[in-house]
Structures are given as structure tokens and as C-alpha cells.
Design a protein around this ligand. Structure first.
Ligand SMILES: Nc1ncnc2c1ncn2[C@@H]1O[C@H](COP(=O)(O)OP(=O)(O)OP(=O)(O)O)[C@@H](O)[C@H]1O
Ligand SMILES: [Mg+2]
Length: 152
């Protein structure tokens, strides 16, 4: 299942993320796809709001992963932009096996580790303030999740 939405502001992108975040549970995986500055981290701020994260979510570019406590689950925000392939000093599988929600910017580098079911959010820049956000479910669990949401 695929839903296409348009966003004309940061706030709208955050709002869309928030609705999704409110419906996520432990072990859920969200992959964020899109060019530099498309709005992946902005969207993650919304996911965090929906999960009840109190801290401000910022880009984890220099740390690869940041961990936040939501009201029910942890949120692991991974940014793999600077990951140089699959080094053995960084145990990514640990996050998929954890009880938190896992959100990944630039996930293509670790394709072979990604579970077969996940939610994909593709953000495309139209112009300065406009984005096209395409949300695709991979697997029945995420199809059901998308169907429950009132996103349109
Ligand atoms: N509708 C919109 N939705 C999201 N961001 C927007 C929108 N309009 C403008 N922007 C701007 O685009 C930028 C998005 O930055 P953000 O850090 O979220 O992108 P990113 O995809 O995470 O980038 P990176 O690849 O560097 O991690 C911000 O400066 C934000 O203000
Ligand atoms: Mg980012």
C-alpha cells in the first residue's frame, strides 16, 4: 500500500510524522529515503512527538545513532550517511532486536540487515517549502498500520 501526501511546511511534515509515531510499537522499523535536506530529520521530530519523546530530536550525523525515551518505547534514530560500509565495530542488528522503534536515515548501506517488513517514507523536495511524501508499506503488518491512519 502506498500513500502520497504533500507538505508545504516543516510543521506539516512534523504533523504527518506525529500521526505515524502515535501508531508505532516496539520493534517497528521506519526507513527514511530522500536527498540531503529533504526533511528526513524533520519527519523524525514528528515521529518522536507521536511516541512521546520529550527531548528535541536533532540530526545524529556525527554519532550515527541517538537514543530517545518515548512514553512507552525507546526511539533509536540512526543516520547512516557517514557509515563506511558494514564495519564490525558497530552492531546494527542489536537495534533491530531491541524493544524500541528504529528509524533510519540513509538505510541503503545496510540493505542486507534490514528486516523484510518495514515502513518506507520517501521525501522529495519540490521547492523551498514543498515536499512530496510517499509512504509505502512493506509487509502486511505495515499495510494494516497505514490503513488505520487518517492521513489524507
Ligand atoms: N515541507 C517541509 N518539510 C520538511 N522540511 C522542510 C520543508 N520545507 C522546508 N524544509 C526545510 O528543509 C530542511 C530539511 O532538513 P532535514 O534536516 O530535516 O533534512 P534531512 O533529509 O534530514 O537532511 P540530511 O540528509 O542532511 O540528514 C530544513 O531546513 C527545513 O526547514
Ligand atoms: Mg537528517
Amino acid at each position: 500500500m502506498q500513500i502520497k501526501l504533500s507538505s508545504n511546511s516543516n510543521e506539516k511534515t512534523i504533523q504527518i510524522g506525529k500521526i505515524i509515531g502515535e501508531n508505532l510499537h516496539a520493534k517497528d522499523v521506519v526507513l527514511l529515503v530522500g536527498d540531503l535536506s529533504a526533511g528526513k530529520t524533520t519527519f523524525t521530530k514528528g515521529l518522536g512527538l507521536g511516541l512521546g519523546v520529550k527531548k528535541v530530536i536533532n540530526s545524529p550525523t556525527f554519532t550515527i545513532v541517538k537514543e530517545y525515551q518515548g512514553s512507552n518505547y525507546k526511539l533509536y534514530h540512526l543516520d547512516l550517511y557517514r557509515l563506511n560500509g558494514l564495519g564490525d565495530d558497530f552492531d546494527l542488528e542489536e537495534y533491530f532486536e531491541s524493544d524500541g522503534v528504529v528509524v533510519i536515515e540513509w538505510p541503503h548501506q545496510i540493505e542486507e540487515l534490514i528486516p523484510s517488513n518495514y515502513l518506507e517514507v520517501d521525501i522529495r523536495r519540490i521547492d523551498e517549502n514543498n515536499r512530496e511524501i510517499t509512504i509505502t508499506s512493506h509487509g502486511k503488518y505495515y499495510e494494516d498500520l497505514l490503513q488505520r491512519l487518517n492521513l489524507c
